[in-house]
Design a protein around this ligand. Structure first.
Ligand SMILES: Cc1cc2nc3c(=O)[nH]c(=O)nc-3n(C[C@H](O)[C@H](O)[C@H](O)COP(=O)(O)OP(=O)(O)OC[C@H]3O[C@@H](n4cnc5c(N)ncnc54)[C@H](O)[C@@H]3O)c2cc1C
Length: 431
């Protein structure tokens, strides 16, 4: 099997890269082993909220030069400020073209409301998530926070209390919903995604409205856990219309409906553009000819290798085995690529629980084209994107999704340029 590009890993980075490549007319296959970080995420996408020294980045694009000085190995620093700005806008366009309704802009962060009712800065949020502009109070009137009886992953009382501390009027309620009784009998199955499968059925809408309406009679706005609208926003919009009040969804503990919906939307866009996905398959080995990758082998394809002119590594961080940590060693398991400097074992963690943990910035080291290196030499046709990259801390710097999308677009553009150059060369030879 031969493609222009094979992408290893189908999380946010792999999919965004694949979308850009297929948009440019290249054939692309994504091999993806399993679930990715989006399945566990809030559904909001961070670009940059803090610099390593703790400075708050309200306007992320204006902080990139300072970031470059503080963290020269950060993927944004390697890519360069003006390119990052250009690609952040491109990411917004691609998400919109894919069918995501998101609010926010790379020019200025906003606050999203967390499952505990706190405010957290971010770049883009689903339209259905409650948000507040910086330095402004949410203008939503009286809020009714409605939990679902027996659903332990969302505590309306905690949310309402926190909103009150923020100076908002809020009350907490539980809705019973008899249609969920069978599911409720098994607490380990009573999770956001399984609940959504019931709430999304059109024939259940009347009962949902009948039960929620009396609880929220004197509220202007309703906050509910994100347990409705798995495949599309339609059921949530219909519920909002029937209740006649603004309805917002708060992310729950994983699995995350909002993150899964984003993943499915991107997957659909990639396939619509002709991309091939090999879900549940795992890259097991990489075959080289000189300083280039010639092909890869996967678990499901056995002896049949996947060939391509260019390869992208987007296998994620420790969470998805894109990086592996043993007691005294960290490594990239597919190709044993060079990593950013790894401190001695005792320095991997910081005793201060909320401080930046050094191991979070462990990852693959690249050159400024984001090409992977092995034993100090670049692998000519291997680009690296997403959480597998080193040099940044997605948690304390609030840049996880941004690094994934921007590095993915950067390498996709590099690859498109390579193809254009080689086409031009061929045309020259033919003349
Ligand atoms: C639990 C969690 C929650 C997060 N929440 C947020 C959030 O709310 N907002 C935010 O901005 N950022 C968040 N992040 C940061 C996150 O890292 C990025 O947002 C981004 O989703 C990472 O995407 P990725 O594609 O680089 O990696 P991943 O999402 O990890 O995807 C890598 C994929 O590669 C696959 N893979 C691994 N090895 C192989 C192999 N050998 N062959 C084939 N496939 C392979 C994995 O199975 C996986 O599907 C979160 C991270 C984690 C871990």
């Amino acid at each position: 099997m031969k493609y222009d590009v094979v992408v290893m890993g189908g999380g946010l980075a792999g999919l965004i890269c694949g979308i850009r490549l297929t948009q440019s007319g290249l054939s692309c296959a994504i091999v993806s082993a399993g679930q990715n970080a989006l399945h566990f995420s809030s559904g909001s996408l961070d670009l940059l909220t803090h610099l390593p020294d703790g400075q708050v980045a309200e306007k992320p694009l204006l902080m990139l030069d300072a970031l470059g000085q503080q963290a020269p190995m950060h993927p944004y620093s390697l890519i360069g400020s003006s390119k990052v700005a250009e690609l952040a806008h491109m990411a917004q366009t691609i998400l919109q073209q894919s069918g995501m309704r998101l609010k926010g802009s790379c020019e200025e962060n906003h606050y999203r409301i967390t499952p505990l009712g706190h405010k957290r800065m971010t770049w883009l949020s689903p339209e259905s998530v409650p948000t507040a502009a910086l330095h402004q109070k949410m203008d939503v009137g009286k809020i009714a926070v409605v939990g679902i009886e027996g659903f332990l992953d969302f505590q309306p009382q905690m949310v309402a209390d926190q909103l009150q501390r923020e100076g908002l009027q809020s009350s907490s309620h539980y809705v019973h919903l008899p249609l969920l009784d069978r599911l409720r009998e098994n607490p380990s199955e009573f999770r956001a995604i399984n609940i959504a499968r019931w709430l999304d059925r059109p024939e259940n809408m009347a009962q949902i409205v009948e039960e929620i309406a009396p609880l929220v009679a004197d509220a202007d706005t309703i906050f509910m856990p994100a347990c409705i609208g798995l495949d599309s926003e339609e059921p949530m919009l219909e519920l909002q219309k029937r209740l006649g009040k603004s309805l917002y969804l708060l992310p729950t503990l994983p699995p995350s409906l909002l993150g899964i919906r984003l993943h499915e939307t991107l997957l659909r866009q990639f396939r619509r553009q002709g991309g091939i996905v090999m879900p549940g398959d795992k890259v097991t080995s990489v075959n080289y000819v000189g300083s280039r990758i010639e092909s890869i082998q996967t678990r499901n394809h056995g002896d049949i290798s996947l060939k391509a002119a260019q390869f992208v590594l987007a296998t994620g961080s420790f969470f998805n085995n894109g990086l592996v940590a043993k007691f005294d060693r960290v490594y990239e398991p597919l190709m044993n690529l060079d990593l950013c400097e790894i401190s001695e074992r005792a320095q991997w963690t910081n005793k201060e629980f909320f401080a930046s943990q050094p191991y979070m910035a462990f990852g693959v080291q690249t050159d400024s084209q984001l090409r992977g290196h092995k034993n100090g030499d670049a692998i000519e046709n291997l680009y690296v994107a997403g959480a597998v990259l080193g040099g940044f801390d997605p948690l304390t710097q609030g840049c996880g999704a941004g690094v994934s999308m921007i590095s993915a677009l950067y390498v996709a553009n590099e690859i498109v340029n390579e193809f254009e150059k080689s086409k031009a060369k061929q045309a020259e030879v033919a003349q």
